[in-house]
Design a protein around this ligand. Structure first.
Ligand code: HEC
Ligand code: HEC
Length: 453
């Protein structure tokens, strides 16, 4: 079993960067060398091994800290520097925060009806978690599901307000399932004892299709920017004018989740096949050769989104990671012997190479798409990651910034031209030119193949 390389690895990276001329600190984050990470893990992560790693994550602070350090590709971006200065420090900073196991319940149809009237229903007395650590993988996954739907990321005044405007709530992607329940919203007792509406992972990472909740699918309809912008307009609360303007331009399915002031909204990704991804986030911010990398991402996300006043019990962060790994879009029959598969092999496979048709990270210059996210101070690494293509036919809009409307648009050279009139954008959409020179037949075959992934 491969131990997680920790501080020693970072020291090596620092040394490697230090030789040659020192880079001036005020420059935009330089692209650090991305250390080699085996694309396929030496051993697939067996359940038994994961259960043991879970115990180390929960109980072994130096192990967690080493995993954090190893997982951050560019220690200088805001995402990483915040975590390096706050997480896994034993008796300091985020490790010292009180653990929070909230009273919180998903908003069902009858609660939704009350909230629409501006009334707050009672929150049951039980906590989200009964405090018992699961001992089986199945147990962890089902606990993780509770967290995914039930752990508040923070109180959301915009949602409280938006729920009282039914037409707006529908228009900004507050989706309801066949029973009228609202996946992704909870009613909870906040740390100040106020009953509040909160959002959870499921508001962005589920979609309702034909009345059924698809867990792990990106919520393409969720227009968080518009919800917030309309809130500020309606209430007259002060908001920085530039921000208000930018929020209306995110459009559905995108959110600026980065910590900087740059304008770099990203699409919400589907969460399929993440076990196969050796890097997490579209700019490859997190090296992912250990499940601790994802568990730490989730623990720090829940801590940060709750304004670093509290932290989730570590068992809940681990459970969330196990649940995310278990997400699956259901059975599919990949057309492996079709003509399109052969086209994919020649034109796409060298990058889209893993079992979920994603791959490694590449310098953003060689990808050629909009560089703002890759070079941004928020999460930038100088790179973009090759995304998985599982269920890509349901995944539009495409690319990290959601500028490409369809597979046809992605593969057509016309979008490189300044007069391009795409469905989502007027003007050139540069980059990712693979497949543009295919014959019409090959392109049609390729798209037919992609539709089976
Ligand atoms: C407001 C919408 C929103 C919420 C809420 C949200 N996410 Fe995300 N999530 C995103 C976006 C946007 C990205 C893409 C970020 C990037 O690539 O930089 C993302 C990325 C991810 C990734 C990385 C996927 C990949 O392909 O590398 C994981 C894992 C993830 N989210 C899990 C969660 C979990 C678990 C929660 C709840 C704790 C959550 N998210 C809450 C919008 C959201
Ligand atoms: C040189 C490496 C490379 C090759 C070759 C390549 N891709 Fe990609 N692909 C990428 C990268 C990197 C991204 C992410 C770029 C971004 O978001 O800015 C991407 C993104 C995509 C996306 C968008 C997925 C999403 O969820 O947004 C699709 C679809 C895609 N590629 C299909 C293909 C197909 C089909 C081929 C073959 C014709 C191909 N790619 C060839 C590197 C490559």
């Amino acid at each position: 079993m491969k131990a997680v390389l920790g501080a020693s690895w970072l020291a090596m990276l620092a040394a490697a960067l230090a030789c040659g001329k020192p880079s001036p600190p005020a420059e935009p984050s330089p692209a650090p060398e991305v250390a080699e990470v085996a694309e396929e893990l030496a051993e697939p992560w067996s359940d038994a091994w994961m259960l043991r790693e879970g115990q180390r994550f929960i109980h072994d602070t130096p192990y967690r800290r080493a995993a954090l350090e190893h997982s951050l590709v560019n220690p200088d971006n805001l995402y990483s520097s915040q975590r390096l200065s706050s997480y896994g420090l034993g008796d300091r900073r985020w490790d010292r925060l009180p653990q929070w196991n909230p009273r919180s319940v998903p908003v069902d149809a009858s609660m939704a009806a009350q909230l629409e009237q501006g009334e707050f229903p009672e929150v049951p007395i039980e906590r989200l978690w009964d405090g018992v650590e699961p001992t089986t993988m199945q147990g962890w996954v089902s606990l993780g599901r509770r967290v995914f739907f039930g752990y508040p990321m923070r109180a959301e005044v915009y949602m409280e307000w938006g729920l009282t405007k039914r037409a707006l709530a529908d228009a900004v992607g507050v989706e309801r399932d066949a029973r009228g329940d609202i996946p992704g919203l909870v009613l909870f007792v906040d740390t100040d004892r106020q009953v509040r509406v909160g959002i959870t992972c499921a508001i962005c990472h589920t979609a309702v299709r034909d009345g059924q909740v698809v867990e792990g699918a990106a919520r393409r309809s969720f227009d968080y920017g518009r919800l917030r912008a309309e809130y500020f307009e309606d209430t007259g609360e002060w908001v920085e004018p530039g921000l208000a303007e930018r929020m209306t331009q995110w459009g559905p399915g995108r959110a600026d989740v980065t910590e900087d002031d740059d304008e770099d909204p990203v699409t919400i990704p589907d969460l399929w096949g993440l076990r196969d991804q050796r890097w997490l986030t579209q700019a490859g911010t997190i090296r992912h050769d250990s499940p601790l990398a994802l568990a730490i991402r989730q623990e720090t996300q829940l801590t940060d989104s709750n304004h670093a006043m509290v932290r989730p019990p570590r068992a809940l962060a681990w459970a969330l990671a196990m649940y995310v790994y278990a997400l699956d879009p259901g059975p599919r029959t990949v057309a492996k012997d079709s003509p399109g598969a052969a086209v994919f092999e020649v034109h796409c496979k060298r990058c889209h190479s893993n079992a979920s048709y994603g791959g490694r990270v590449l310098p953003h210059e060689s990808v050629g798409t909009d560089p703002a996210l890759a070079t941004g101070r928020g999460r930038g690494t100088g790179h973009y990651r090759v995304p998985n293509l599982v269920r890509v036919a349901d995944g539009a809009p495409f690319l990290h910034d959601g500028t490409v409307a369809s597979l046809d648009e992605l593969l057509s050279a016309e979008r490189l031209s300044p007069d391009f009139e795409g469905r989502l954008r007027k003007g050139a959409i540069p980059g990712h030119t693979a497949g543009m020179d295919l014959s019409p037949t090959d392109r049609a075959d390729l798209i037919a193949f992609l539709q089976t992934l």
